[in-house]
Design a binder for this molecule. Structure first.
Ligand SMILES: *Cc1c(COP(=O)(O)O)cnc(C)c1O
Length: 341
């Protein structure tokens, strides 16, 4: 089985398991867990923020950020294909009382400064007002697009001119940084908060980081408790997260494997596969007369797992547990399956 459903399916390495077993722990709700504290300090440094908070999931990190930045009744400005909008179960509305206003980020996956200005709304007797701008890098639903720092900066600056705080959903921000050869601290220089996942390409079993100013993290810690994310001897799960932070540079391997996979699949008659920026490969199978569901079914039968990503689009995600040999084998298996269909 070659599991390309997501970069979340990775299993913890032996080093991570040993780190978990041997971790120094304490009650993190009291701030007493030295391993969590170490992880938060290192994570803040990596993204160049004053402080950071360990959270159980990326979703919780994004939801806490929205709650801290915006007031109930305000609008959250998001891309129409943003994870926070499409796949977080309406959390902005239900957990923070926010109304979403969506812009179309298009292929560049980030709003232009003009789009920010056109969609921002000033509070008045009749108007809710914009409480937060959310950006996403890499952009998952737009095919793992790596957005350059200049575009993130321009959008953030346009928002700041209107006094709108900016949150970056950076679930895969290190994929963007590795692909663009950008320092993570530079990438997040002009946003007010960033969430990144330890449990995706970096390979940790559990957890994400929310980072921002000291004042922001102080409020975020309260909201995390309110959302049920205050954890006790969490060093057990934070320790593999520390190991995961050493895996940033190796994301380049996932990107190379994704390119090989995309090129190989694109050469199969009927499949159309653009060259990916990062580790997300999107296959269009309409030319082969296959819906995504049919194509995923065919691949599944030969032991290559992917996920539907639209009516004719399928997503394959390279990850830590998938080797160069695996992707070459995956191409051969999929080629046979499509040709014999
Ligand atoms: C995975 C993901 C999240 C959420 O992370 P979870 O840990 O699955 O809750 C948020 N944003 C993006 C872009 C993601 O890909």
């Amino acid at each position: 089985m070659i599991d390309l459903r997501s970069d979340t399916v990775t299993l913890p390495s032996d080093e991570m398991r040993v780190a978990a077993r041997d971790a120094d722990v304490g009650d993190d709700v009291y701030g007493d867990d030295p391993t969590v504290n170490e992880l938060e300090a290192r994570a803040a440094e990596v993204v160049g923020m004053e402080d950071a908070l360990y959270v159980p999931s990326g979703t919780m990190g994004n939801q806490i950020a929205a709650r801290v930045h915006a007031d109930p009744g305000q609008e959250a400005l998001v891309d129409a294909k943003a994870h926070v909008y499409k796949w977080e179960v309406g959390g902005f509305a239900q957990l923070s009382g926010l109304q979403v206003r969506a812009f179309d980020g298009g292929d560049r996956a980030v709003p232009t400064p003009k789009q920010v200005r056109d969609h921002a709304r000033e509070e008045s007797l009749h108007v809710a007002g914009t409480g937060v701008l959310c950006l996403e890098n890499t952009h998952n639903a737009r095919g793992g697009v790596a957005i350059p720092k200049a575009d993130i900066d321009a959008a953030a600056e346009a928002a700041h001119e209107l006094d709108i705080p900016v949150h970056l959903d950076g679930a895969r921000v290190f994929n963007a940084c590795v692909a663009l050869d950008e320092d993570p601290a530079a990438m997040t220089e002009h946003v007010d908060s960033v969430m990144f996942c330890l449990s995706k390409g970096l390979g940790a079993p559990v957890g994400s980081i929310l980072a921002g100013s000291e004042a922001f993290i102080e409020q975020a810690t309260r909201v995390r408790k309110q959302f049920g994310g205050g954890m006790r001897q969490a060093g057990i799960i934070a320790a593999p997260g520390l190991v995961a932070l050493d895996n940033i540079d190796r994301l380049a391997d996932d990107h190379e494997n994704a390119r090989v996979l995309a090129d190989g699949l694109d050469a199969i008659e009927g499949l159309s596969v653009p060259t990916p920026d990062t580790n997300i490969v999107v296959v269009d199978s309409e030319g082969a007369g296959l819906t995504a569901q049919e194509f995923v079914g065919l691949c599944d039968d030969v032991g290559v797992l992917g996920g539907t990503f639209g009516e004719y689009h399928t997503r394959f995600t390279t990850n830590l547990n998938v080797s160069g040999a695996d992707v070459e084998e995956a191409v051969e298996l999929v080629a046979e399956a499509v040709e014999s269909n």
